[in-house]
Write a protein that binds this ligand. Structure first.
Ligand SMILES: Nc1ncnc2c1ncn2[C@@H]1O[C@H](COP(=O)(O)OP(=O)(O)OP(=O)(O)O)[C@@H](O)[C@H]1O
Ligand SMILES: [Mg+2]
Length: 188
């Protein structure tokens, strides 16, 4: 995948399928540390130990010697991080939730571009309005913090894709990104 936002969408989709009601997406750019990190945490059903030990590789073999495809979302995200001089870790507890963190060397030639954060955030939060998203974005120490639970409280039931609300969200996120020196029209 050639943009990190596509991985974010993919990993969040796992959280959705795991019946999460809360998902955090923590994005950090740190030029001094030459680091870009993406952490996605959910309170979904969690992953049992057996699957967890096999999940980072695209295939695992059962005792009956059958190859079973377990999916590509996680292995591809991991591959992308390791290829960019970064790291990958996944922690999960059954019944509690899952946390996935990928780090990337910011200036690594193999690091995929971040992609369009504005469009990605909008499509994630509007596509899953029943989930509360907590999305802190750090750019070199500056923070833009989006919390959809707070926004939904203010809206008192008006859906996020209601035209005026949608326009407000686009405006609010664009401005928030600009305030931490991230141009919403650019990728990083
Ligand atoms: N956040 C999560 N909570 C609970 N289970 C998860 C979570 N993320 C992944 N899993 C489990 O790990 C499996 C592998 O995930 P992965 O994203 O690699 O592949 P997939 O979702 O099955 O398929 P793909 O992403 O290729 O469409 C999932 O099928 C699911 O059973
Ligand atoms: Mg997946």
């Amino acid at each position: 995948m050639n943009e990190l936002t596509l991985h974010i969408i993919d990993i969040v989709e796992n959280s959705v399928l795991a019946n999460a009601s809360k998902v955090s997406i923590i994005i950090r750019i740190d030029e001094n540390a030459n680091l870009l990190s993406i952490k996605i945490e959910d309170n979904g059903k969690g992953i049992d130990k057996q699957l967890l030990s096999n999940i980072e590789s695209p295939f695992y073999t059962t005792k009956k010697d059958r190859k079973i495809k377990v999916g590509l979302g996680i292995p591809l995200f991991k591959f992308s991080a390791l290829q960019s001089g970064g790291d990958f870790r996944i922690d999960s507890e059954l019944g509690k939730g899952t946390s996935i963190e990928a780090t990337f060397q910011l200036n690594n030639i193999d690091r995929p571009p971040l992609g369009n954060l504005l469009d990605t955030i909008i499509s994630i939060i509007i596509g899953h309005q029943n989930i509360d998203f907590d999305i802190p974005i750090y750019n070199n120490g500056m923070l833009f913090h989006l919390n959809t639970a707070d926004i939904k409280n203010e809206l008192e039931g008006v859906p996020l894709n209601y035209p005026d609300v949608y326009n407000f969200l686009v405006q609010f996120i664009s401005q928030g990104l600009s305030e931490i020196n991230l141009d919403p029209q650019k990728t990083y």
